[in-house]
Design a protein around this ligand. Structure first.
Ligand code: C2E
Ligand code: MG
Ligand code: MG
Length: 600
């Protein structure tokens, strides 16, 4: 609501307080009505109200005997009380110079007595009043009773207000209060002042949920209690810490605090906490720090920036991180990708709204030059933003639970295509990329074997490509899945070989038949002796361990010559074909004479 520019600063403040209490135009409430009824009975009068003085109306939070929800502020005795903050008694409105022609007197009211509703900050919101249709006098005892009832109304107002603004677990002001106080700070402090704030997160959602599972719901109260005590010791009683979500606290540093010094003090706080509290064993506290400028940054933006910084601290496994615009852009992009990719997965393949499709890149047997099979690669065309590269979206999706649905989608499409090719007489072998998390799905192997059976496909017609790093995450479980797949006859390939950290001993223990040397070792190999020596050694070693070797990213005939020299088995790359849609792939194959080499 915009306030009239002619208001005195005091009246503007008073209205600000009234509006922030969020009382105006709220439904009736039994707790207020009880007090109003008491007032009416005590005075033996037909009319009583809790009346709040807004910009240009008297609004009744509670009323007895009054039909209207509000009356004009002009010439209302309640408004006078709001302005003076003092009790007002008018024995006969018609005989009173100020109120003889007031709307109340016109409506037949003769007697008015009102006590001020004063906040603990000293602002008068309106009055607790009683009205009569006959002139009347009041005793001192009645005045005192009316004042008591006004105090009861105020206690009720402040209690209700506090309930919505204080976190019951910590007793600290909550997010709503932070937003209000931030608005006040913006109004009070000089525009352009540089300030800094911090958000402390006590535990990640995963940590919290596992801790609650083991230790019960009171665990959250315990870690909150510990943190609140430590924050109070560090920050002092004069500063406010806000409890903005169950595990998060926000604090605005005093004016003049620099970002670096602030971060250092936060680091010290975390170190002290880590040394003293018991919860450190199961939860990791993170702090996001964000600088902001008074008058330029809104509370919602500041909170978002603080969250982003705390999230970054968690991703980077650091205690404290300062908000960065670039990092935030990365998060926003990931968030967007995750949402949009989820929608893309919902559209069935082949439907007009389909955004996902598979393309196929041939694999060539270097000895015969014939196509041996293909790798299925996922493509995503966003309806508004066009092609999004799997190099960008796959690593992000792999961090979400969508990874299962994604691989299922790719496997289903790949098997359909494989079955169709085989029905057309093309005995191709198709490779599908799978993610680390897929290998940890307990029914992964079972599902694949079942699907192969349903499509009438021999297990050896499917090859699964897994990156080395995927295998390192949970080697035991991954290994068990791989062994089950191997036993079922599904072929396995180690993708991007050379880029991970796996040891050679580890390579030996894997049931993979194929090693795919990463493109970074292949690119430029024709003019680089060291690369050639390295690739030659990788091939020899892989052969010794019984693996076939595929070179990725083959773009020139010169590279092929080197690969043949060093005894590489297969090649894949733009030299032969880019990844192609199924139909284009069939045409390409026909152009090669339709010959399909049998995989060794
Ligand atoms: P990758 O499995 O190593 O796939 C090979 C990538 O190299 C593909 O990129 C392919 O288009 C590209 N490539 C092939 N030949 C050449 C060449 O001669 N020169 C160059 N410069 N590049 C070549 P793409 O399709 O962009 O995929 C990138 C990565 O995304 C894949 O690497 C794979 O790790 C992942 N990916 C793609 N599709 C899927 C999928 O369906 N599931 C999963 N989990 N990952 C996928
Ligand atoms: Mg691959
Ligand atoms: Mg690769």
């Amino acid at each position: 609501m915009s306030l009239s520019p002619t208001l005195s600063p005091r009246e503007a403040d008073r209205l600000g307080v009234l509006h922030r209490l969020d009382l105006l135009d709220t439904p009736p409430s039994a707790s207020f009505d009880r007090i109003t009824r008491m007032a009416s009975q005590l005075f033996g009068l037909p009319l009583a109200a809790v009346s709040l003085t807004d910009v240009n109306r008297q609004w009744f939070k509670s009323r007895v005997g009054i039909v209207e929800a509000s009356l004009p502020r002009l010439k209302a005795p309640c408004a006078r009380i709001a302005e003076t903050g003092e009790m007002l008694v008018v024995n006969d409105l018609r005989a009173d110079e100020g109120y003889a022609d007031s709307p109340l007197a016109d409506a037949g009211v003769r007697f008015y007595a009102g006590a001020p509703l004063v906040t603990s900050g000293g602002y008068c919101l309106g009055s607790m009043c009683v009205l009569g249709l006959e002139p009347r006098a009041v005793s001192d005892a009645e005045c005192a009773a009316l004042r008591d009832m006004a105090d009861m109304v105020m206690a009720q107002i402040e209690l209700q207000h506090a309930l919505g603004r204080v976190d019951p677990a910590s007793g600290l002001p909550n997010r709503t209060q932070f937003i209000d106080d931030f608005k006040d700070m913006t109004a009070d402090r000089p525009a352009g002042e540089a300030r800094v704030a911090a958000l402390l997160n006590l535990a990640s959602p995963e940590q919290l949920s596992s801790a609650l599972r083991v230790m019960g719901a009171s665990y959250l109260d315990e870690i909150v209690g510990e943190a609140v005590r430590m924050l109070a010791e560090t920050i002092g009683a004069d500063s406010t810490v806000y409890h903005v979500t169950p595990t998060e606290f926000v604090y605005v540093a005093p004016s003049g605090t620099g970002v670096e010094a602030f971060c250092a003090s936060m680091e010290r706080w975390l170190a002290r906490r880590a040394a003293s509290v018991t919860s450190r064993f199961v939860t990791t506290a993170r702090i996001g720090v964000a600088p902001f400028v008074i008058g330029e940054t809104g509370s919602a933006d500041l909170l978002r920036n603080l969250h982003s910084a705390a999230q970054h601290a968690s991703d980077e496994d650091r205690g404290v991180c300062v908000f960065s615009q670039e990092q935030d852009a990365v998060y926003r992009r990931s968030f967007w990708l995750i949402n949009e990719f989820g929608a893309a997965l919902d559209h069935a393949a082949g439907s007009p709204a389909a955004q996902l499709r598979l393309v196929f890149q041939p694999k060539i047997d270097l000895a015969s030059g014939a196509c041996i099979g293909a790798e299925a690669l996922l493509r995503w065309t966003h309806p508004a933003f066009g092609e999004v590269s799997p190099g960008e979206f796959i690593p992000i999706i792999e961090r979400t639970s969508m990874v299962r649905a994604t691989t299922d989608w790719v496997l289903a499409g790949a098997m359909r295509q494989l079955a169709q090719w085989r029905a057309e007489g093309l005995a191709l072998q198709l490779a599908v990329n799978v993610s680390a998390a897929n290998l940890l799905e307990p029914d992964f192997c079972e599902r694949i074997v079942g699907d192969l059976g349903r499509h009438g496909l021999p297990p050896s017609s499917l090859s699964l490509e897994i990156t080395e790093s995927a295998l390192m995450k949970n080697p035991k479980l991954a290994q068990a899945t791989l062994c089950a797949l191997d036993a079922a006859g599904v072929r396995l390939a180690i993708d991007d070989f050379g880029t991970g950290y796996s040891s050679l001993a580890y390579l030996q223990s894997l049931p993979a038949q194929v090693v795919k040397i990463d493109q970074s070792f292949i690119r430029g190999i024709e003019g680089d002796e060291r690369k050639r020596a390295l690739v030659s050694a990788m091939i020899k070693l892989s052969h010794d361990l019984g693996h076939r070797v595929v070179a990725e990213g083959v773009e020139t005939a010169d590279v092929v010559d080197v690969l043949k020299d060093v005894d590489c088995d297969e090649a894949q790359g733009y030299l032969y074909a880019r990844p192609l849609a199924a139909q284009a792939f069939a045409q390409w194959l026909a152009g090669q004479g339709g010959e399909v080499a049998k995989a060794a």
